[in-house]
Ligand binder design. Structure first.
Ligand SMILES: C[S@@+](CC[C@H](N)C(=O)[O-])C[C@H]1O[C@@H](n2cnc3c(N)ncnc32)[C@H](O)[C@@H]1O
Length: 323
């Protein structure tokens, strides 16, 4: 760890699990499309399966372009801004979903994610996409303020640019600004550590208002995740806003800096008759469990707790709503 509290960016390397002893790998613990381990039912996904899915996607993209004349679709890296003639006039609603050059904005987040990530390992998993749509599909045209911690090559920032055409978006990363980053006055880059309050202040200053949505997709180290949360949640998240922590599953990767193998506390009954339940306390999962304590603590202490309205846990994802 360096002086900024920065851990080297460690992506969970694909971690093959075969709990059913089938002799073929189940999905990886990396977030892969196709592997979709986030769903309740694990989907068997081998390399061949992924190739089939890719082929299917390409075929579907082709059908979209040809049958639906969707010229905006899926030119890799086009960012959805391909020039396209406008036909006739459009209503105010239509206008608000068009970009500056008149190209229609896509409303299907999964398709936008496909376009910007392709086969990238860092692709937002389908379960995340579902969750973002559930929370924001009806609000995507509002002038939202969005902060994402962890930018890497910028794919997610391009996604948010296209899905939220009127939002102010800030990406923060400890690395240099990526070579390819949206050139758009509503999109900003801040270089700094997620654990450094002055960098987080800067993110707020460029956004000019508190955030509606904060996403932590940065270090995936529980301690750094916690530091960002404790600083940003009370100070820079709007009331009713969402703070989303991605990739909790790194806590179960023993090769990850603060990960460790999962041990099944729920099914263990030793020592008997104890009120203490053994549980996984590592990494981001350990931190999210602390948030559960925080949410309830006023029942016991009457003292002030963080203003948490709800915590939604989905596989590998925690969504914390501010009261
Ligand atoms: C998973 S990648 C982000 C992927 C990106 N959100 C996307 O979906 O395309 C993680 C990023 O977090 C950054 N990172 C790691 N530690 C950090 C820290 N302490 N503060 C800020 N960024 C950090 C890394 O440099 C890396 O670019």
């Amino acid at each position: 760890m360096d002086n900024d509290g920065h851990m080297p960016s460690v992506r969970p390397s694909p971690h093959v699990i075969d709990p059913m002893g089938l002799g073929r790998p189940l999905c990886s613990l990396g977030r892969r499309h196709g592997s979709d381990y986030g769903r309740r039912t694990l989907v068997l996904a081998r390399a061949e399966d992924l190739r089939v899915i890719q082929l299917f996607r390409r075929a579907w993209d082709f059908v979209r372009r040809v049958a639906f004349q969707d010229t905006d679709a899926l030119a890799p890296g086009s960012g959805g801004n391909a020039e396209r003639p406008r036909h006739g006039t459009c209503t105010a609603d239509e206008a608000s979903v068009r970009g500056a050059n008149g190209a229609p904005r896509e409303t299907d987040l999964e398709a936008i994610v496909d376009r910007h990530y392709g086969n990238d390992f860092n692709r937002k998993a389908s379960i995340y996409v579902e969750e973002y749509e559930r929370l924001f599909a009806s609000r995507r045209l509002e002038p939202l303020r969005i902060l994402e911690l962890g930018v890497l090559a910028g794919a997610s920032i391009f996604v948010w640019r296209d899905y939220f055409p009127n939002a102010t978006i800030v990406g923060l990363d400890i690395r240099d600004r990526p070579a390819k980053f949206p050139e758009d006055e509503r999109i900003h880059y801040v270089q700094g550590s997620q654990a450094d309050p002055s960098s987080l202040d800067k993110a707020f200053q460029v956004a000019l208002a508190p955030f509606d949505l904060i996403i932590d997709d940065a270090s995936h180290i529980g301690d750094l995740t916690k530091r960002s949360f404790l600083y940003l949640f009370p100070k820079y998240l709007k009331l009713g806003g969402y703070y989303i922590i991605e990739d909790l599953g790194t806590s179960f990767l023993p090769q990850f800096p603060d990960g460790v193998w999962f041990t099944d506390g729920l099914r263990r009954d030793d020592p008997p008759n104890t009120a203490i339940f053994a549980s996984h306390q590592n990494g981001m999962v350990g931190f999210v469990k602390q948030l559960v304590d925080e949410t309830m603590k006023t029942l016991a202490t009457g003292g002030a707790a963080l203003p948490i309205e709800s915590i939604t846990i989905r596989t590998n994802l925690a969504v914390v709503k501010k009261a």
